[in-house]
Design a binder for this molecule. Structure first.
Ligand SMILES: [Zn+2]
Ligand SMILES: [Zn+2]
Length: 258
């Protein structure tokens, strides 16, 4: 995840200014945190909005997938129950699913992923509803260096991408996890990043960030272990979806979650 930020100097300055100069009341806060502009921040910056009901009391999940890569029922249901378990959203969680044409590019750069989001994302924070966007593309991530994530990534404060063909390649058969288990695992892991795990927008109650893999948990049985979103997943993954360990759960509660 670390090399996948859409982080620019301008953006950083805007964010800093945003947090330091704007006088806010609960009403105008909602305005400032709405629309396209509020979906262009770094990963973890909306963790508290996602977890608590202070500003946003409802949540919508917009799932946009390329033809042939429709998320499994298990993935969608698991995302809803994961969000329901950790986030206070008394007015509920809604899912919007949309198929888009396959682009057949083989590999997608960060810029291309951002462009697809721009073209197809229809839902942004509005009123008291927070919106999360998940895109499934039909190819791989085009690596610009030795990036480790290849199956999925959280790339902005409310945006996740899954690489559909990587999921297909790495699932099924006797040894590999099933497709639904793998895609569910990666989707929940990326949601964990949007919720600020580990140490990326949600403070740690007890130190447990992996020293070698920043923003990940040091417990290899935890959903937030780094290998989850990489091809190293087979070294340890079993046929069930891992859960968050106590340290990660404590962090979420510490940042307004449940
Ligand atoms: Zn990760
Ligand atoms: Zn953990």
């Amino acid at each position: 995840m670390k090399r996948f930020y859409f982080k620019t100097l301008v953006f950083t300055c805007m964010t800093l200014c945003f947090y330091s100069c704007v006088e806010t009341t609960p009403e105008n806060k909602v305005d400032l945190y709405s629309g396209v502009g509020a979906a262009r921040w770094d990963v973890g910056k909306s963790a508290n909005f996602l977890l608590s009901d202070e500003l946003f009391t409802a949540l919508e999940l917009e799932l946009v997938y390329m033809e042939g890569y429709k998320p499994t029922v298990k993935m969608v249901e698991s995302m809803i129950s994961f969000l329901g378990k950790y986030a206070f959203k008394p007015e509920g969680i809604t899912v919007i699913e949309k198929e888009i044409p396959a682009m057949d590019k083989g590999e997608y750069t960060t810029e291309e992923i951002a462009k697809i989001e721009e073209d197809y994302r229809q839902h942004y924070n509005a009123g008291k509803t927070l919106s999360v966007f998940l895109l499934v593309v039909d190819g791989d991530f085009k690596k610009n260096d030795e990036s480790t994530f290849t199956i999925g990534a959280a790339y902005r404060n409310t945006s996740i991408v899954l690489f559909g063909n990587r999921i297909e390649e790495n699932s099924g058969g006797f040894i590999k996890p099933s497709k639904e288990t793998l895609e569910t695992t990666v989707a929940l892991h990326e949601l964990g990043h949007l919720m600020g795990l580990v140490n990326v927008g949600t403070d740690m109650v007890v130190p447990h960030e992996d020293q070698e893999n920043e923003n990940h948990c040091d417990n290899e049985d935890c959903l937030m272990y780094w290998a989850i979103e990489t091809k190293s997943i087979f070294n340890y993954m079993r046929q069930t979806v891992p859960t968050l360990d106590d340290n990660c759960e404590m962090d979420l509660r510490g940042n307004g979650g449940r």
